[in-house]
Design a protein around this ligand. Structure first.
Ligand code: XMP
Length: 521
């Protein structure tokens, strides 16, 4: 049994045709105070609860309606009098269904910036397009013949039918992507669609959901007990605080000390949740076991597997000591749910086997409590703030489940972990001091245990390399390296070498993702 949110009555349904940016559509709608959910075309076929759906958005995607077989929507949705907005592939699909013509064309394709010209007044472009506007495009196919009963609202040089409408049936289509920030004031398109066309009310806000979530946890769990793995990251922390508000001491939080956390992090988190938030936290020191099992293991995938399995073993052993546990609390987020229901059903090739403390075994036979499963990370942070979660945790950079083990290339020893913890601590503290921490999505130090020659004082040294990584990103799927001022790089290199014994060279990683990944292993 799953935790059921059903948090709001009125919503916007977004049909995901596999665009990389469908999640952004959901976020833009929510930012405007309207609850939105993403649904796959397959799930839409079986979907029945249309009474709460005030509008439908059809996303972009990699398919083409010019192929013999293509992803579509049940025709009945156009008879339900629900306003519809098609974006990119969504527009082409609407055009195809209503008798328009779509052609793939090298001449008409547009990638990146394009300029939109107004052809006709329309509610969908109110306060968005006066005469000319820069928008972001990503399409090869284009609509070349207007579908029946549609009018053209705007064009670009290459594609004449860029915005189209059928006001009678409240169907709209845009070829560009209003959901990405590269489209100037793209949010206005959603504002117009939601409030002027769908006439939906602005009632959704994350903090208004807090009370509802707590009540739902109470109703679900009743007098039973919930166990939860607490890592000190924002997701597990907010989950624990929410469940604790609902059921108090019937929540048992387990913290497994793997010895692979950042400097002082484990002690700090434990004290905070135990003393400040008064949670029922059990601490298990398993660092010896982790170091012993990881001895001489240098293969990244092996490290990940060993840590994942050990974690589960330790957690299971501890949970057996507590009687009458019926539920497992997990910090699953909405993107995790969306990603596990890919619209195309394709499984992208495995780059790394991710492990996090939420991934606990099914065989434990516990029911799940996943109060964050309808929220994006930034929304979880809003919840965290309203629950009084300290900023050091609420705005903490993401940290991988296997911890520092995947930031030490090669074998993991206690000595190497100690060296890395010191360097990382200096790096992160400097970022905070220089007000850079919150501008960066994720930053860390890694240890490259290849030795190079240096000179300190008059003495030759032969020590390890410390690699610094700092990236900007929206969701970790792609990332760019952060451009530090030279003065920062100069001083951080100095500070690390002067203070950390065992490091005599500091390098800064200037690769983006792709082609690299954020972590090294
Ligand atoms: P990569 O290295 O794949 O990382 O570009 C993308 C994001 O995921 C984090 N990461 C993990 N998170 N368990 C986690 O919970 C893991 O095993 C894991 N591996 C990577 C990484 O820190 C980055 O934020």
């Amino acid at each position: 049994m799953q935790f059921q949110n059903n948090i709001v009555k009125d919503k916007i349904l977004i049909v995901d045709f596999g665009s990389q940016v469908t999640k952004l559509i959901a976020r833009r709608v929510r930012e405007l105070g309207v609850y939105s959910e993403i649904i796959t075309p397959n799930a839409l076929i079986k979907f029945k609860e249309y009474t709460s759906v005030k509008g439908l958005i059809l996303s972009g995607g990699p398919s083409t309606v010019t192929a013999k077989k293509f992803q579509s929507v049940p025709k009945e949705i156009f008879q339900k009098k629900i306003p519809i907005l098609g974006i990119c592939y969504g527009l082409q699909l609407i055009a195809k269904i209503f008798g328009g013509k779509i052609k793939p064309s090298k001449k008409r394709r547009e990638f990146g910036r394009a300029f939109l010209f107004k052809r006709k007044k329309s509610i969908i472009i109110k306060n968005f397009l006066e005469t000319k506007k820069s928008v972001w495009m990503s399409h090869e196919d284009a609509v070349v013949k207007l579908p029946r009963n549609f009018k053209v609202i705007a064009s670009t040089k290459n594609s004449k039918l860029t915005i189209i409408e059928n006001t009678k049936n409240k169907i709209y289509g845009v070829q560009f992507h209003p959901e990405v920030t590269h489209t100037e004031n793209g949010k206005q398109i959603f504002r117009n669609f939601l409030f002027s066309i769908c006439k939906i009310k602005r009632v959704w806000s994350v903090s208004s959901q807090k009370k509802i979530l707590i009540k739902q946890i109470k109703n679900l769990v009743k007098k039973d007990k919930v166990i939860c793995a607490l890592s000190g990251g924002v997701d597990s922390s907010v989950t624990a605080l929410l469940i604790n508000k609902a059921i108090k001491k019937n929540l048992i939080c387990i913290m497994v000390d793997t010895g692979l956390m950042r400097k002082n992090e484990f002690k700090y988190t434990y004290q905070l949740f135990k003393k400040k938030y008064n949670l029922n936290v059990k601490l298990i020191n398993a660092s010896k076991l982790f170091f012993k099992t990881l001895k001489n293991v240098s293969n990244p995938e092996k490290k990940r597997k060993i840590i994942g399995n050990l974690f589960i073993k330790v957690f299971e052993k501890e949970s057996k000591k507590h009687k009458n546990i019926k539920f497992l609390g997990q910090g699953t987020l909405y993107p995790d749910i969306i990603e596990s229901k890919s619209s195309t059903g394709s499984k992208t090739s495995k780059i790394k086997s991710h492990h996090n403390v939420g991934g606990l075994p099914k065989k434990m036979n516990l029911k799940l409590v996943e109060p964050l499963k309808d929220f994006f990370k930034d929304e979880v942070r809003i919840l965290g703030k309203s629950l009084g979660l300290v900023e050091t945790i609420n705005f903490k950079h993401p940290f991988p489940g296997p911890g520092l083990a995947i930031r030490i290339i090669g074998n993991i020893t206690q000595e190497r972990v100690k060296i890395l913890q010191e360097a990382d601590h200096i790096f992160i503290n400097e970022l905070i001091k220089k007000n850079l921490y919150n501008k960066i999505w994720q930053a860390y130090a890694a240890l490259l245990p290849i030795k190079t020659v240096g000179v300190m004082g008059d003495t030759r040294t032969y020590e390890h390399i410390c690699l610094l990584r700092a990236v900007t990103s929206e969701d970790g799927m792609s990332a760019d390296y952060f451009s530090f001022p030279k003065t920062f790089l100069d001083s951080i290199s100095n500070k690390i070498i002067n203070n950390v014994k065992g490091i005599n060279r500091v390098v800064y990683d200037i690769t983006s993702k792709p082609p690299s990944t954020i972590e090294l292993e």
